[in-house]
Design a protein around this ligand. Structure first.
Ligand code: PEP
Ligand code: MN
Length: 264
C-alpha cells in the first residue's frame, strides 16, 4: 500500500490547522528533545510562532539508552504540549512508545511520532494504524529502506493512511557524527513510496555545526521537510544537550534555510 506502484500521486497530509506535509510545500518541525517544563516549551513555542514554523515537537516519553537517564514527564508532558500548541496555534507532535497510549494521544497531540528504537515494535505500529492521527515514523537505527517501508506498511494496512517517514541517520562505524545521515534514502524512498519523506538533521548529525548544510542537502534531495531540536538553554537540557540549537541559533538556521531557496 505504501508503494508508488499502488498509488502514483504523492500522499499529502493536511492537518486541522491547514498545515500541509507532502506535495509542493516544505515543513519545518522544531522543538526540544524533551518536554521539561511549561516555561521551557512555551519559550520555544513563542519562537516558532514568531518565525512562522508550523509544527512543535517535544518528547514526553523518552526512550533513553540508559534507564538512569531522564525518562520524560509522560502524560504531564503531553499536557504541556497541548497547552503550548493551543496557545500559539501550533501543530504538536510527540513520541508514543506504548501501544496503550496511542488512543489517549489524540486527547493531547496532533501527530504521533514513532521513534527509531520502536520502528520494529509491530504491536505499536498496528495500534498506530488504528489511530485517526497522522504518524511520523522514524527509520530504525540499523533498518534497511525496505524494512522501513515494511514498518510503514504495518500502519497503513490497518487503515491509517496518514503516514510520514523520517530519515534520522543510521549506525555506521563513523564517530564524528552521532549517526550517518543516509541522504540517498530521500530520493530512493520518494521513488519507491508516495508517502512524505522528512529528514531529522539533529539526531543524524548529533552536532550543531553542520545542521544547515545537512538540511539544505535534505531539501535538495527532495525531502518534504526537516526536523531540528531547539531548546531555550541547551547546556542545561535533560537530554541531548550537545546537539540542540538555542533560540537565536535556530532563528539563524531557519532564516538561512529559507534564504537558500530550497525551503518551499
Ligand atoms: C526524538 O526524535 O526525540 C528521538 C528520540 O529520536 P530517534 O527516535 O530518531 O532517536
Ligand atoms: Mn533528542
Amino acid at each position: 500500500l505504501v508503494s508508488r506502484k499502488k498509488k502514483a500521486e504523492d500522499t499529502v497530509i493536511e492537518l486541522q490547522d491547514g498545515t500541509i506535509i507532502g506535495g509542493s510545500e516544505s515543513v519545518l518541525i522544531a522543538g526540544p528533545c524533551s518536554v521539561e517544563s511549561y516555561e521551557q516549551v512555551r519559550e520555544v513555542g513563542a519562537a516558532l510562532k514568531a518565525s512562522g514554523v508550523p509544527v512543535l515537537r517535544g518528547g514526553a516519553f523518552k526512550p533513553r539508552t540508559s534507564p538512569y537517564d531522564f525518562q520524560g514527564l509522560g502524560v504531564e508532558g503531553l499536557e504541556i504540549m497541548k497547552k503550548v500548541g493551543s496557545e500559539f496555534g501550533l501543530t504538536t507532535i510527540s513520541e508514543i512508545v506504548d501501544p496503550r497510549h496511542i488512543e489517549i494521544a489524540a486527547d493531547y497531540i496532533d501527530i504521533i511520532q514513532i521513534g527509531a528504537r520502536n520502528m520494529h515494535n509491530f504491536e505499536l505500529l498496528k495500534e498506530a494504524g488504528e489511530s485517526n492521527l497522522p504518524v511520523l515514523l522514524k527509520r530504525g537505527l540499523s533498518a534497511t529502506m525496505e524494512e522501513f517501508l515494511h514498518a510503514a506498511e504495518y500502519i497503513v494496512s490497518r487503515g491509517n493512511t496518514q503516514v510520514m517517514l523520517i530519515e534520522r541517520g543510521i549506525r555506521t562505524y563513523e564517530k564524528w557524527t552521532r549517526n550517518t545521515l543516509d541522504i540517498s534514502a530521500v530520493p530512493i524512498i520518494k521513488q519507491e513510496s508516495h508517502l512524505p519523506v522528512l529528514v531529522d538533521v539533529t539526531h543524524s548529525a548529533g552536532r550543531k555545526d553542520i545542521l544547515l548544510p545537512c538540511a539544505k542537502a535534505a531539501l535538495a534531495a527532495g525531502a518534504d521537510g526537516v526536523m531540528v531540536e531547539v531548546h531555550p538553554d541547551p547546556p542545561t537540557a535533560l537530554s541531548d544537550s550537545q546537539q540542540q540549537l538555542d533560540i537565536p541559533q535556530f532563528e539563524d538556521f531557519f532564516k538561512e534555510l529559507k534564504a537558500s531557496g530550497l525551503y518551499k
